[in-house]
Every structure is written in C-alpha cells, then in structure tokens.
Design a protein around this ligand. Sequence first.
Ligand code: PHE
Length: 350
Amino acid sequence: MADLIAEIKALEANAAAAIAGAADADALAQVSHDFTGKKGALTGVMKQLGSLTPEERGEVGKAANAFKNKLDELLSAKESELMQAKFASLAETEFLDLSVTPPEYAAVRGSGAHSGHTHPITQTQRRLEEIFTSMGFSIVDGPQVEDDYHNFGALNFTDDHPARDMQDTFYTATGHLLRTHTSTVQIRALEGMKPPLRIIAPGRVFRYEEVDASHEHTFYQMEGMIIDRKVSVGNLLHLMQTLLTEVFGREVDVRLRPGYFPFVEPGFELDMKCLVCNGSGCSVCKHSGWVEVLPCGLVHPNVLRSAGLDPAEWQGAAFGLGLNRLVMMQHGIEDIRHFMAGKLDFLRQF
Ligand code: PHE
C-alpha cells in the first residue's frame, strides 16, 4: 500500500512539473489526459488495488482523490495564468488608442488626418434636447417607415387631403410610407403614455420634394407636444420663445401667422427674421426676409379623441420644429443641400 501511495506522490510531482512547463491550453489538456485520463498514469496505479485489503484500498483511494484535486487546482491556476499572458500580449499588439490626437496621428499616418465631430444638425438637436429635458420633457422615438394611420389618419387628415397626394409622400410597395413629419410620434406617444405628458421627438423625415436651396427630400424635425388639463396658446408661445432665445442666445425677431394643419386648432406658423440676409431677402427666405421655422398649434380635439382622450378633460399644444432651417439660421448656411452632401470642407466649419 505504501508503495502505491508513494507512486501517487511521485505522479503529483511529475504532473506539477508538466503543468508548470505547459505553453498553452492544448498542452494543459494533454497533461490532464496523461495523468487522469482513462489510460492515464493514475489509472495504471489504481489497477494494482486488487491485492489490497478494503482498508488499504480506502487509504490509496483517498490519496488518489487528493491527487486529482491537486491536479485540478494546478490546472486551473495555470489556465488563468496563460489567459492573462495572452491578453497582456494582445493589449501590446492590438490596441486602439482613442486618446491619440490628430497631430500625433498625422505624424504616423501623414497629414490630412482630422478628428471627427458631430454633425451640425446633431449638435443643435442635442442642445434642444438639453433645453427640453430641463423643462421636464421626455425624448421619444418612432419608426421612419410608417403606416397611413400614424402619418395621416390619426392626425385628422381626411381621406382626400392634398398632403396624402403621391407628390409629397414616398410610398413603399407594401403600402407603408416614409414618414413625412415627426407628428407621427404624437400619436405613438398618445398610444403608449398616460397624460399629463410632455414629449419631444427629434428625427428624420422624408418628402417627395423638388430639391432646391431650401427643400430637401430628407430632413430633420423635432416634434414637441404637451398634454395637460389646461393648455393655452399662451403656454405654447412662451415655450417657443424660450426655445428660440436659448438656441440663439438672444431675442430673435419672430412673427406669428395663422397656419393650417389638420391636427391643430388653432394652428400657427411661427416665422423668424432670416438671419442669413438679416431680413433683406435671399434664396433661403425666398426673398421674403422671413423663414418658417416653427409650425405649431393646439392639438385638435379629433386627435385627442382618436387617442381615446376626452377633449373636455384634456388639452394639448404641439409644434414641429424644422431642424435644418433652424441650423441654417444659426450658422448662416445658405443652402440646405450642404447638410447631406458629405462635404468635409463644409462640415469642418462647425
Ligand atoms: N407636422 C407639421 C409639418 O411637418 C408641423 C406641425 C407640427 C404643425 C406640430 C403643427 C404642430 O409640416
């Protein structure tokens, strides 16, 4: 019996040496196989148990188990050591240093390296999101591929409303459409949230449009909506003014005209004095001196009804800010087509 136990001890020393010398996970698996596998060294020792008394067998069995446990311990320690070494060497050879600045990068890659930044529309969108969330608004999102109900029907567009005309809307072969405005999210918010609520919904919209200096087929809006027990035109105007003052950092000249949108009553067009030409007339303001940036109004009772709200109990105000135009006013950009032209010379100015 003592011989067998001594043999197991010897196995332990050999196994420890083999593990210490293993270069990778495959080598470790081989050690495990050699010592404790079906045809491994330990099995060889155990085959000799036949000649022992039951007590002696018990002793050898204990030594064998201790050996197995020791082996497992050594194997897993070595495994994690190998793993760490592997990651350490990966970190040396395959790292991406995000803190490298353009001049350092240029030294390696040659000149012409510039650091990236957010698009001017994204910059203004984020600024507006800050302003609105500080006033208790939540930011919500909706799909860009929509159905007729969310883009038109629930927004009180009658079946024969001219805006449903193929001229304005991109339709898909499956009868869906690319949303023509972010007002779709008014409906989605009303479906998913309980009033009172305050939301903004920035996003991309699409129109089947003749493209020129002030029209694009793809542009950005930010929808805003408040639903509460009492909401007035006064609340709406205050909100609009706060917003524009914050964005431009000063009072801007605005004017309010009646505007028609099926989903608001009353509806308004809020124009601001064109900051590209300072009101003297240019291609951006179509030579009128004013630019429409903020159509708005009080939510039409039919919209509230289609969302299951009682107009006698709930009121709402909504606006649909044209982000592209606002950014054009902010920076004096004379052509809306610059935004999506992918011209770095243009983008680097912001
Ligand atoms: N959705 C309208 C448009 O894109 C703008 C709008 C939004 C008007 C909210 C009133 C209220 O033209």
